[in-house]
Design a protein around this ligand. Sequence first.
Ligand SMILES: [Mn+2]
Length: 238
Amino acid sequence: MFFYFSSPAGGWETRYWLAMALKAYNARAIQTFQDRLMSISSEQGRQAAVERNTKETQIKVSVNLDGSGVLKCQTGLPFLDHMLDQIARHGLIDMDIVANGDLEIDAHHTVEDLGITLGMAFNKALDRKGIRRYGHAYVPLDEALSRVVIDFSGRPGLEFHVPFTRASVGGFDVDLFHEFFQGFVNHALVTLHVDNLRGHNTHHQIETVFKAFGRALRMAMEIDPRSANVVPSTKGCL
Ligand SMILES: [Mn+2]
């Protein structure tokens, strides 16, 4: 501004170019600030660890929401591990999971409690300020197609519509997938709509659900550079 007042030219052109220069400078400064914010969140990553012990299960989960998709997992349930791998891979989330459950009874407690503990870890790792909040994905696998839509709303809600064509897959009772997602939703405090739109191979049906879930999570938890530090709600909280 000093330049403007002392400038011999001093006319509207000078004022105009100074205003343009100031605008460009501010835009660059804001961009630099946002880049820094993004690099902080991706360097350290949003992380949390949760341990949950009951008489039925002992579960430890640690997550890095800004990971590269690496899963370390011991649940004693190979088909579930295969599904958790889809969340990690397609969500680009690192997860370290150790679950010891009463599998001698059946897999019910282990699967439900794993959903609960994973939900707790996500809720703990995620600051909802500046995130996109909503995420969705359609994922096909041959004849199967699923859609998952998620809202980090702060309120638990599950709509689960998967018309399984068989009662079990890979020795795993398919009813338990609903328990897994219910546990997750209740403790991550999210609204989740899961729809398998097409498919007759049970493995394909559920695999498309987990892949779409991973993709939808990734979209919803991503930092929106245009609203960094803002809670994406007119209420001001989530
Ligand atoms: Mn598979």
